[in-house]
Design a binder for this molecule. Structure first.
Ligand SMILES: [Zn+2]
Ligand SMILES: [Zn+2]
Length: 276
C-alpha cells in the first residue's frame, strides 16, 4: 500500500462494499439456498468471495513496479546495477552549477525511445513509466493510481488487479442469482410478493444486500469491460486518458512480464550514505 492516508477511507469503502453485503448474504440466504436450491450456489459464492479477497490483498500489498529513488539505490548495495538492467539504459549524472540539482542529459535517441529523467526520484524512466503524484514514486508500465486498493496499478500488480475485477464481477453475479432464487422461492411459498409491509426485517436485509451488490456489480462490470478492451489494444489507462503520455513509436505494447521487484524492503543499508 503506497497511497496517501486519504486512500485508507476509499480502501475501507471497498472492503465494506464487499464484506458487508456478502456477510449478510451468507447469514441470511446461504443456508436456505443450500437446502432448497443447490449446495453449489453458496459454495461457489464462497469461493468467489475468497478469490476476491485474495486478489484485493495481492493488488494492495504487492509492489506495483516502483523504480527506487536515488537515495535508496545509493544505500542498498548492488541496487543501482539492478535498476540500470531493468530500465535498459543509464545516463551520466552531473550537478547543475546554477541550481545545484542533479541533472541527467539524455541523448536525443534515448528521448525518442521514450526515456525520461524524473527530477523527483532522480532516476531514468523507461518508456511507459510515470511518476505517480499520489505515491510520489515512479512506477513501471503505470496504469493508474487506484485509491480503492490504496496502491498504484502498474507492471507488477496489473494481473492481480484484473483478476480482482473479474472475481468481483463473478461474485456479484453469483449473489444476484442467489438473491433471485431466494426471493422467487419466498414469493412462491408465501403466495405473495415480498414487501416492507409483509416482512419489514427481511425486506431491509435483502435490500441491504441487493442495493450495494447491484451498484458494485455495474461499476466493476464497466471497469472490467474497459480493462479487457485495454488489454486487447495493449494500452494502459494513462495512455488512453493522459494528456502528456503519447505512445512512443517503437515502444513495446503492454508487457505482461512482472519482473522482479526492485524494492528490497528487507535489505541492509549502509548509513550514512553519500547521495551524489
Ligand atoms: Zn519519479
Ligand atoms: Zn500511486
Amino acid at each position: 500500500m503506497t497511497g496517501p492516508i486519504i486512500d485508507r477511507w476509499y480502501n475501507l469503502c471497498a472492503w465494506s462494499s464487499i464484506l458487508i453485503p456478502s456477510g449478510l448474504f451468507f447469514f441470511k440466504c446461504s443456508g436456505y439456498l443450500w437446502e432448497n436450491v443447490s449446495m453449489w450456489l453458496p459454495v461457489l459464492t464462497g469461493l468467489l468471495l475468497l478469490s476476491t479477497i485474495f486478489f484485493l490483498l495481492l493488488t494492495s500489498c504487492t509492489d506495483p513496479g516502483i523504480l527506487p529513488r536515488r537515495e535508496l539505490r545509493v544505500a542498498v548495495p548492488g541496487l543501482e546495477e539492478e535498476v540500470v538492467a531493468s530500465v535498459g539504459t543509464s545516463c551520466p549524472i552531473s550537478v547543475d552549477p546554477v541550481t545545484s540539482e542533479l541533472v541527467c542529459e539524455l541523448t536525443e535517441q534515448q528521448q525518442v525511445q521514450g526515456f525520461r529523467w524524473c527530477t523527483t526520484c532522480m532516476v531514468v524512466r523507461p518508456p511507459r513509466t510515470s511518476h505517480c503524484n499520489d505515491c510520489n514514486n515512479c512506477v513501471m508500465t503505470f496504469d493508474h493510481h487506484c485509491p480503492f486498493v490504496a496502491n498504484c496499478v502498474g507492471q507488477r500488480n496489473y494481473g492481480y488487479f484484473s483478476a480482482f475485477l473479474v472475481s468481483t464481477c463473478c461474485l456479484g453475479i453469483a449473489m444476484v442469482i442467489g438473491l433471485a432464487f431466494y426471493v422467487s422461492d419466498y414469493t412462491e411459498s408465501s403466495h405473495g410478493h415480498l414487501s416492507f409491509s409483509s416482512d419489514p426485517v427481511l425486506f431491509v436485509v435483502l435490500l441491504a444486500i441487493a442495493l450495494p451488490t447491484v451498484l458494485l456489480l455495474l461499476g466493476v462490470l464497466g471497469l472490467t469491460v474497459f480493462h479487457a478492451w485495454l488489454a486487447c489494444r495493449g494500452r494502459t489507462t494513462k495512455e488512453v486518458f493522459g494528456r502528456h503520455s503519447p505512445v512512443v513509436a517503437g515502444a513495446p505494447l503492454r508487457s505482461y512480464v512482472r519482473g522482479a521487484s526492485l524494492v528490497h524492503a528487507r535489505s541492509r543499508v549502509s548509513f550514512p550514505s553519500t547521495v551524489v
